[in-house]
Design a protein around this ligand. Structure first.
Ligand SMILES: [Zn+2]
Length: 109
């Protein structure tokens, strides 16, 4: 497996920090709360992408636009883990509604 899953028990209402540079990639103090750093590969929910880096998108079998165009049959976990990106971390948090999750991808180093 090229990815490592890290399940966070912290509520989805808390900021999420990059494990490498401690930048708040999800920063609820900002109006635009997605604040990717150079280590951020993607920010996604089961419902769709909030952010995808160009580098990561190029390693996915389908583009973000294609995925969103067929979001009635979206399996976000499947999309994120079929990437050819060599080594990455997936931080998973519970959104607290309808069993939905948010996934934040970081480079492994
Ligand atoms: Zn970072």
């Amino acid at each position: 497996m090229p990815y490592q899953l890290i399940e966070l028990n912290t509520p989805a209402t808390e900021n999420l920090l990059c494990p490498h540079c401690q930048h708040a990639v999800i920063d609820w103090a900002e109006e635009q709360y997605i604040q990717p750093c150079e280590h951020t590969l993607f920010v996604a929910m089961d419902l769709g992408f909030e952010y995808a880096s160009d580098v990561f998108e190029q390693t996915m079998p389908r583009s973000v636009d294609e995925i969103h165009a067929h979001d009635d049959q979206l399996d976000m976990w499947q999309e994120l883990t079929s990437s050819r990106y060599p080594q990455y971390l997936i931080y998973k948090t519970d959104l607290g509604v309808q069993g939905l999750s948010r996934y934040v991808g970081f480079t492994a180093a």
